[in-house]
Design a protein around this ligand. Structure first.
Ligand code: SER
Length: 357
């Protein structure tokens, strides 16, 4: 493939075996950065880890992979070629255009978010047929799949369960919701290639994430970005104008908790799972409460509010919080970081070290 740019394998001596390879798309993104490190630590070089991103990976991330590719997930020829090179038994499909970015280029978001997912689901199903056992497909979904029509409806809805308020207003939310359904189709109804030998071709498992805050990276193109941006600006002594009103409220969690939740769901016995898609939750502060928490640790933080209509509208359409009781019941989900611990124990110490604050 002309568009297939393969970088040198970085982690030594992959030992592909019966377990097959783990494919991670969007490996250069915020979540991919943490996930690759955690997968490499979990498997200690005993599994092939194939990383994929639109651009070449930074060397630190590439070091956690046994092979790294630069290419476009929405290009079927690129994905087909990849399937020929590796015996893939697990897919972690993280590549996506986020919500604010998606509203700037809705058709591009549709192509990357839906066609990219379709290509990888097909790869997983084909690989399952070849292997004679189901291929696990981990998919980060989002609170953007929810849509409440008004602020009164948002207040009335409170903590939404997985089956409520599913009328997203962004292309990103629509795309993620569509892929959840595509995953359900491949898990439950795809022509069961060797139905006598496996429960399903694609073992699709998904988590709807809230806004995520990392100490290491700042997101791009999302609408929950005001949370991490506020904190990273304060740590660098920079003023920050928040693009939503002080009363805007959505759920958030830390990046380590987010990645751990995905890894715990991946490890859960299938028989324990009553759903394909789960909410996870940790804390749900307003923008003003985040600003207050940031000032607790960075008293000189200069935070002002300059809401933009488009992004405010998106945040207003997302629920105040999510009900994660199904995840807690089925696979023992529990966040390590509540609101204060997130800052006191994880974000602030790491960010201070990072910026020398
Ligand atoms: N962080 C995402 C966004 O803001 C929501 O899942 O688009």
């Amino acid at each position: 493939m002309s568009q297939l740019a393969m970088t040198e394998p970085k982690t030594k001596e992959p030992r592909p075996g019966a377990h097959g390879a783990i494919l991670v798309s969007g490996a250069g993104g915020e979540m991919g950065h943490t996930l690759l490190a955690m997968l490499a630590a979990q498997h200690h070089g005993t599994r092939e880890i194939v990383a994929l991103d639109l651009r070449a990976l930074p060397s630190e991330s590439a070091g956690h992979a046994t092979a790294a590719y630069a290419g476009d997930v929405s290009d079927p020829a690129f994905i087909e070629d990849l399937a020929l090179r590796h015996d893939i038994s697990e897919v972690w499909h993280l590549a996506a255009l986020l919500s604010t970015r998606g509203e700037k280029s809705p058709e591009l978001a549709l192509k990357v978010n839906v066609m990219g997912s379709a290509n990888l689901l097909k790869l997983a199903a084909d690989s399952a047929a070849r292997r004679g056992s189901s291929v696990k497909f981990m998919f980060p979904s989002t609170i953007a799949v929810y849509g409440v029509p008004t602020l009164d409806a948002k207040r009335a809805a409170g903590r939404v369960t997985e089956d409520q308020c599913l009328e997203p207003i962004t292309m990103y939310g629509v795309n993620k919701r569509a892929v959840e359904e595509m995953g359900r189709y491949y898990a439950r109804h795809y022509r069961l290639l060797a139905a006598d030998r496996m429960d399903c071709a694609v073992d699709f498992r998904s988590i709807r994430f809230p806004g995520i805050i990392s100490a290491d990276t700042v997101p791009t193109g999302g609408t929950s970005d005001y949370g991490p941006e506020m904190l990273h600006a304060a740590a660098q002594g920079k003023p920050y104008a928040c693009f939503v009103r002080p009363d805007a409220r959505i759920p958030f969690m830390t990046m380590p908790d987010a990645v751990r939740s995905l890894m715990e769901l991946a490890d859960a016995p299938r028989a324990q799972l009553t759903r394909l898609v789960y909410n996870v939750a940790a804390f749900a502060p307003s923008a003003a409460e985040i600003a207050e928490k940031v000032r607790e640790f960075f008293p000189k933080a200069e935070i002002t509010y300059a809401p933009t209509l488009e992004r405010q509208k998106i945040v207003d359409s997302w629920p105040e919080d999510c009900d994660d009781s199904a995840a807690r019941r089925d696979w023992g989900w529990k966040p390590e970081h509540g609101f204060h611990e997130a800052f006191a124990e994880y974000l602030v110490p790491k960010i201070k070290a990072r910026y020398g604050a």
